[in-house]
Design a protein around this ligand. Structure first.
Ligand SMILES: Cc1cc2nc3c(=O)[nH]c(=O)nc-3n(C[C@H](O)[C@H](O)[C@H](O)COP(=O)(O)OP(=O)(O)OC[C@H]3O[C@@H](n4cnc5c(N)ncnc54)[C@H](O)[C@@H]3O)c2cc1C
Length: 491
């Protein structure tokens, strides 16, 4: 894989000059995954996002790469089996540094919504579909060793199963970078404003560019119908949106498992040790306004903390919160019951819209999209993302403490050495990027020079974990060289 084109001026020029096989609109995991797969199949691709890559749903998920225990309950055995297979591919081949196995504890309380035998049978079937060692009932002592904050009053028993967690923002950006490494033009802060029969008009850095492409994919997630209406103003609504909020609190450092907390017969919430903090959530409420109008409310936060407190004691102070919008097929019924399948739609000028699905199955969604676009001889085998190979042989250019090395390896895989190398000449790059987090200033530089970060928030929130402590400011009035060079970068 080549070094990707990450020079913004060059990318804008190429966007206007080339004629592409495929224009992908939307740089969430679905659009970035399609761009990655399309370039691997030899297509000349442009990928644009109106904001930063992964700035919408794809950094607002529960971070789980999972079969989905509750889909089993909804009778979706095929979806669970496929998702488990994808989990194995991601953990073993595609991004072993970013996708880590994580045990899940399912506590069953006397006054809980489920009969213990039903849950234990479900967990056994789930583990069989996962081709995992069969899990099931574990002792209270073992449960407490895994989750020291577990509440034991009224605890009838606990079941254990395994899934995986990831850093969703980085997984998405790595897909975009992989596409760029194979020659795709990949540009954030580039919004499609008009669709034409042979491409689109894209608003970028205050100018409108005409992008020409043979085929167009609409991977705009919550904005899907907005784009469909750009193609056909009479297009009827095809999706519903459900808001899911998460809260980050201190803690989780001594946890060996996440907790799946049953809230009703159809809904669970999670407490997940993630990036050195505890991630709690999520909610599931119908969102009827425009995607940009969704916010985290006090009620959302209260609900999450109350629900977590049914199984977890001594919850630490809240540091940050965020929301995401699930894209569900339109139609009546509760959002919690709605199926999480992917739907493909063709517009009158041929644009392919991709709605719904899961982070976990993004590779499969991308391949199915290519099939819909008529790409032949699809190679469905998993391919490593940048940094996924050579994890055991990283040649560190300088001394770093083991915790920092682990953190960098997790985020960048074998490219971690490249991230810190400039610190040989500029030791200030080894200073922390934000209080209370393991990220280094070297990561900021790498994000701006190699990972298409434009704004401070792109660095803090999606390319590093600096923001998670709720303290992720680069300092008031901080204007980086990149921002200074690019007036559009200051917002
Ligand atoms: C609360 C919640 C929890 C979840 N948890 C999990 C989980 O644990 N595991 C799992 O597998 N899945 C999970 N999911 C599902 C998963 O997060 C989504 O399926 C996935 O992120 C959707 O990605 P996407 O690319 O379709 O959409 P998005 O990530 O929303 O990307 C769409 C992109 O389109 C861009 N865009 C919009 N309009 C334009 C335009 N005019 N021009 C250019 N770009 C445009 C936007 O800026 C955005 O970046 C969860 C979802 C939610 C909401």
């Amino acid at each position: 894989m080549d070094e990707p084109v990450v020079d913004r001026v060059a990318a804008v020029e190429q966007l206007a000059a080339r004629r592409f096989d495929l224009l992908v609109i939307g740089g969430g995991i679905v659009g970035a995954g399609i761009a990655e797969a399309a370039t691997a199949h030899g297509l000349d691709v442009a990928l644009v996002d109106r904001a930063d890559f992964a700035s919408a749903t794809s950094s607002g998920s529960s971070k789980l790469i999972h079969g989905g225990l509750r889909y089993l309950q909804m009778g979706d055995v095929r979806l669970v089996r496929e998702a488990h297979q994808e989990r194995r591919y991601l953990m073993n081949v595609v991004a072993p540094h970013l996708v880590e196995r994580l045990p899940f504890l399912f506590p069953l309380y006397d006054d809980g919504p489920h009969r213990p035998i039903v849950v234990r049978t479900g967990v056994l079937l789930y583990s069989a579909l996962a081709r995992a060692r069969l899990n099931g009932r574990i002792s209270e002592q073992r449960a407490l060793r895994l989750v020291p904050q577990l509440k034991t009053t009224g605890l009838h028993s606990s079941a254990l199963y395994a899934d995986a967690r990831t850093n969703d923002g980085r997984l998405t950006i790595e897909n975009a970078l992989a596409a760029a490494g194979r020659g795709a033009v990949v540009l954030n802060y580039a919004a499609v404003t008009v669709l034409h029969g042979d491409g689109a008009s894209v608003r970028v850095d205050g100018e409108t560019i005409r992008v020409r492409a043979e085929r167009v994919v609409n991977a705009t997630g919550p904005w899907l119908d907005h784009l469909r209406r750009l193609e056909d103003e009479t297009a009827q609504p095809s999706i519903r949106l459900s808001k899911g909020v998460h809260v980050l609190v201190d803690g989780g450092g001594d946890w060996g498992a996440a907790v799946t907390i049953p809230q009703s017969k159809v809904r669970v919430s999670f407490a997940i040790p993630w990036e050195g903090m505890l991630l709690l959530g999520t909610t599931d409420t119908l969102h009827e306004g425009a995607p940009d109008e969704a916010t985290v409310t006090d009620d959302d936060v209260r609900t999450i903390l109350d629900e977590a407190a049914t199984a977890v004691g001594g919850i630490g102070p809240m540091r940050a919160s965020f929301h995401g919008l699930r894209v569900l097929p339109g139609g009546p019924g509760s959002t919690a019951n709605a199926r999480r399948e992917t739907v493909f739609m063709r517009g009158p000028s041929g644009m392919l819209s991709v709605a719904g699905g899961k982070l976990t199955t993004y590779r499969r969604i991308a391949l199915d999209a290519l099939e819909q676009l008529g790409v032949r001889n699809l190679d469905r085998a998993p391919r490593p993302l940048p940094g996924a190979v050579g994890l055991a042989k990283v040649d560190w250019p300088l001394e770093l403490d083991p915790a920092t090395r682990r953190h960098l390896l997790h985020l960048y895989g074998s490219r971690a050495a490249d991230v810190v190398r400039p610190a040989l000449d500029d030791p200030g790059l080894l200073e922390p990027l934000a209080a209370g987090r393991p990220d280094l200033r070297a990561q900021e530089r790498y994000a701006r020079e190699h990972e298409l970060a434009v704004h401070d928030e792109d660095v803090l929130r999606r390319r590093t974990t600096a923001w998670l402590h709720g303290d992720g400011s680069l300092g008031s009035g901080h204007v980086s060289e990149a921002d200074a060079a690019d007036p559009a970068a200051r917002s």
